[in-house]
Write a protein that binds this ligand. Structure first.
Ligand code: IMP
Ligand code: MG
Length: 190
């Protein structure tokens, strides 16, 4: 049994291959779940007596958002939109709205939810889009934040974890569309 565990660990530490790149284990599912639980508690405390609308950015946010919602103990509503700025492992700097939200959010408290904030271009574009809709308030939340890559001065209210400026996959995050279903997060090997 012990040998099986050691062999599994060695195999796991070697990393995984997605298309032409190797990724090594970086953040475990347990660590992610702890960070998400902590965020859900803090957000709930800030919205006591309110029904916030959590707006998620597809596709990357799905796993973070579903786990966050399971931990959020108050009333809330959800909506999604789709934006795209990345090609492969590089940001294009040009954020496209592929799908706008369908819900009327006039007069509502909004929390914008991202899987990861890198340059901040997506979050900024999203903030611009939502602030035109006459909402009551807007706050921002992200599971992962790369402070060294961030180029905007928009405040991020809720951050799950700070990570270095390196490309990661898993837990909703993809490389060329793949890797979103990995339960842990992996970092690109140099
Ligand atoms: P930003 O606009 O540069 O902040 O990038 C935000 C979006 O790019 C995220 O919502 C992700 O979809 C994608 N992205 C940024 N960094 C990574 C990464 O390390 N892995 C996978 N996707 C990323
Ligand atoms: Mg995203």
């Amino acid at each position: 049994m012990l040998i099986a565990t050691v062999l599994f660990k060695l195999y796991y530490m070697q990393g995984i291959q997605i298309i032409d790149k190797t990724f090594i284990p970086y953040i475990t599912n347990e660590e992610l779940e702890q960070a998400i639980k902590r965020l859900a508690t803090i957000v709930h405390n800030d919205y006591k007596g309110e029904i916030p609308v959590f707006i998620g950015v597809l596709n990357g946010v799905i796993i973070f958002m579903s786990d966050f919602l399971k931990q959020y103990k108050g009333d809330c509503e959800i909506s999604f939109l789709q934006m795209k700025s990345y090609e492969g492992t590089q940001t294009t700097g040009n954020v496209k709205t592929l799908m706008d939200i369908s819900m009327d959010i006039t007069g509502r408290h909004i929390v914008l939810m991202e899987d990861i904030v890198d340059t901040g271009n997506t979050l900024y574009a999203l903030h611009q889009l939502i602030s035109r809709k006459k909402v009551k308030s807007i706050r921002t939340a992200t599971l992962l934040y790369k402070p060294d890559a961030y180029k905007k001065d928009l405040n991020i209210d809720y951050i799950g974890m700070h990570i270095p400026d390196k490309f990661v996959v898993g837990f909703g995050l993809d490389y060329e569309g793949l890797g979103r279903n990995l339960p842990d997060i992996y970092q690109l090997k140099d």
